[in-house]
Design a protein around this ligand. Structure first.
Ligand code: SF4
Length: 384
């Protein structure tokens, strides 16, 4: 019995947490964004198509072996344990476990192509891989990938249509900002024009587009610009999803150099929320009908979600109702949220009494603004 080992990369979008992961390329071909620390010590390379197809074969083999122990939705766990223990390498065991988890707890219909910018692969190679996924894993209904805006702008509409026909369903793209000034500041290696041209082609080909917006990444000086120019891109492209990722200046990132050189001043937590509000207020519901998604713990108000053509007034009201709270109430919620409690501010009373007291004491006693922001930062630094 062959003990296949397939490769798995380090990250996937949160919305692909339950998807099977297929590593098509390794690391990031750009690797220069100042806020990103993910692949800085690793070189980018593509994987031979034959190797990726072999990985798909291994996934299909593990799936077949595991499903051989399933009857009417129930798994013979003793047989599965025996089979798992019979694998002699830790890597093979990890692959078996991964396919088992995907089949039993994951989204059996979804696969994500890793790593940071799979769209950089030659379209013919990517088409061969996507087609092979469809052939060997016919249960898959959704194939998704990351793609940088600059790469998307360079792919022809014809190639996007061929990729769509082969079975590519969705592209996730870290736009981060629609402002050229911000994009340059953070060394994103893409322009607003790339975002608009690339995004429009993706949409026209019938592929879903999921973009990421980083409120706060332009700092205090470019906050309005970040909000307004990002809304402009959203209005032009009409992405299917705009995913909010509040920016946090991470310890050890190259953004610290910008800050130390006086070129970047991080906003307060609440100011980043105001930036989200400004971005939303500038979205035109007659032009954009996709979803605002807040699928990350890093966002202060995770309830700010909805359809851009219907829910913008509600989202703005929701933010305003938080901002209308007395400062002490705002601080209590901020701290609870940054400590990791997944609650709306109306439900803080559900916390354990000891936690409530601890939060109230800190919110009352820390009056210095810088000390307060530093405290919040210590918590948020863990989340990214
Ligand atoms: S393109 Fe993505 S993975 Fe690459 S450096 Fe930028 S943020 Fe990081």
């Amino acid at each position: 019995m062959e003990q296949g080992v397939f490769k798995v990369g380090p990250i996937r979008p949160p919305s692909e947490a339950n998807s099977l992961l297929l590593r098509v390329t390794e690391n990031c071909p750009w690797n220069k964004c100042k806020f990103c620390m993910l692949y800085k010590k690793s070189d980018f390379h593509t994987r031979p198509v034959a190797d990726v197809k072999k990985d798909i074969d291994y996934m299909a083999e593990y799936r077949d072996r595991i499903l051989a122990h399933e009857r009417n939705g129930d798994y013979d766990m003793e047989a599965i344990q025996r089979e798992y223990q019979s694998l002699t390498s830790d890597e093979a065991k990890m692959c078996y476990q991964m396919v088992f988890t995907w089949l039993t707890e994951g989204d059996k219909q979804a696969i994500f192509l890793q790593d940071a910018n799979t769209m950089v692969l030659r379209p013919d190679w990517l088409i061969e891989i996507v087609s092979y996924v469809r052939e060997r894993l016919p249960e898959i209904q959704r194939i998704t990938s990351y793609g940088r805006a600059n790469t998307l702008a360079r792919i022809s509409l014809e190639d996007f249509k061929r990729l769509r026909a082969a079975g590519l369903d969705r592209i996730h793209s870290g736009y981060e900002s629609g402002s050229d000034k911000v994009l340059e500041l953070i060394s994103k290696g893409a322009t607003q024009e790339d975002e608009i041209i690339g995004g429009k082609k993706v949409k026209e080909a019938g592929i879903e587009l999921s973009i990421y917006f980083m409120p706060g990444v332009g700092g205090k000086a470019l906050s309005d610009e970040n909000a307004i120019e990002t809304a402009k891109v959203i209005n032009e492209v009409n992405p299917d999803f705009v995913r909010l990722r509040t920016f946090i200046l991470r310890t050890g990132s190259l953004m610290e150099e910008l800050r130390d050189a006086g070129l970047y001043q991080e906003q307060r937590d609440i100011e980043k929320l105001l930036e989200i509000r400004k971005m939303l207020a500038n979205v035109d519901p007659k032009k954009a009908n996709g979803k605002i998604a807040s699928d990350h713990i890093i966002n202060l108000l995770q309830g700010v979600e909805g359809n851009m053509d219907k829910d913008l007034p509600w989202m703005l009201e929701y933010i305003d109702s938080y901002l209308a709270l007395p400062e002490f109430e705002q601080k209590k919620y901020q701290l609870a949220r940054r400590m990791g409690f997944p609650l709306d501010w109306k439900y803080l009373y559900r916390l354990q009494p000891a936690e409530q007291t601890r939060i109230e004491d800190m919110a009352k006693n820390i009056v210095d603004e810088r000390e307060w922001e530093a405290l919040l930062h210590r918590f948020t630094d863990r989340y990214i």
